[in-house]
Design a protein around this ligand. Structure first.
Ligand code: DAK
Length: 261
């Protein structure tokens, strides 16, 4: 399926197997309005369904990954509008993407921007990245996973401070507290995110998907249930061609030739 014409995002295939989606509303620091989130999720879904793409990178601009949900768009909404999802994109679409997504974050990743980055599977940050959940300043709380994902990532005490007082994390702090995978110079963060996506793309895609699925279950299940889920995926992989190829390649001291089957 090919991409439609987008107005608020850009898409590209910057390296073999890597689909790039870039927020493109620089005038509002990539504030996440319904159109832009809708277009971004659609683009990710199209890459997800494309067998030539193995991993996606989601990025913004150097100045802002995304400064949060579009406050101007949200300002007139009622509780019923928000609850009913009227004019609000269904953000759970992002959680249903099966292929891994690397967020390449520079500048502001605030509110919904921070939540989208945390919903992705890995984060490569530029040195200028700033993470925060400033919703408290608007009289609301994070509504797209911030209270849950940030707490799991950095622990309760720091998450409380970030969410209750709008404490912002620098890129270095985000690295120290386990929120991001690495910090790169501004000129390199996108390149490094694409390289990370390529590394994922070079593995058996059946195993990659099962691994993503199993790691994400660690958020949702008890340890005992998670271990059962992991084992089932583990045993299931013994039915794939790639499992046989991977082990044969090791024994024969050669590089595996993945079929993704
Ligand atoms: N919404 C709309 N416009 C925004 C914006 C935002 N979040 N952030 C920035 N802009 C606009 C500014 O209004 C300004 O536009 P003009 O005035 O020039 O027309 C332009 O971007 C440049 O911004 P500034 O002039 O303010 O630039 P500064 O460098 O001085 O400051 C800043 C940058 C990022 C610190 C500042 O703009 C700022 O504080 N922005 C707001 C950050 C914020 O509060 N974010 C949280 C929003 S609440 C949910 C899904 C998501 C959410 C909730 C529920 N569901 C699915 C249920 C998420 C909620 C949020 O994210």
């Amino acid at each position: 399926m090919s991409h439609p014409t987008y107005e608020t995002i850009r898409v590209d295939v910057p390296a073999q197997g890597v689909g790039l989606v870039q927020f493109n509303r620089p005038q509002s620091l990539n504030a996440l309005n319904a159109q832009m989130t809708g277009e971004a999720f659609t683009a990710l879904e199209i890459f997800d369904a494309d067998p030539a793409i193995h991993c996606m990178v989601l990025t913004g601009s150097e100045r802002a990954f995304a400064a949060g949900a579009d406050i101007k768009e949200m300002a007139g909404k009622t509780a019923v509008d928000m609850f009913a999802g009227a004019d609000v994109t269904d953000w759970s679409r992002l959680m249903r993407i099966a292929k891994p997504i690397v967020a390449a974050v520079s500048g502001f990743a605030l509110g919904g921007g921070c939540e989208i980055a945390m919903t992705c599977d890995m984060i490569v940050a530029s040195e200028t990245a700033v993470f925060g959940q400033p919703e408290i300043n608007l009289g609301i709380i994070p509504g797209a996973g911030g209270t849950q994902r940030l707490t799991r990532a950095v622990g309760k005490a720091l998450a409380m401070e970030i969410i209750l007082t709008d404490r912002r994390l620098s890129a270095e702090e985000a690295l120290r507290f386990g929120l991001v995978n690495r910090v790169s110079p501004v000129e390199l963060y996108l390149k490094e995110a694409i390289e990370l996506a390529q590394k994922v793309g070079e593995r058996s895609q059946v195993a990659v998907r099962m691994a993503k699925d199993a790691v994400n279950k660690a958020y949702e299940l008890s340890l005992a249930e998670g271990l059962v889920f992991e084992k089932r995926n583990f045993y299931l992989l013994f039915s794939t061609e790639d499992r046989a190829e991977g082990m044969n390649a090791f024994v024969e001291k050669r590089k595996a030739n993945w079929k993704n089957k």
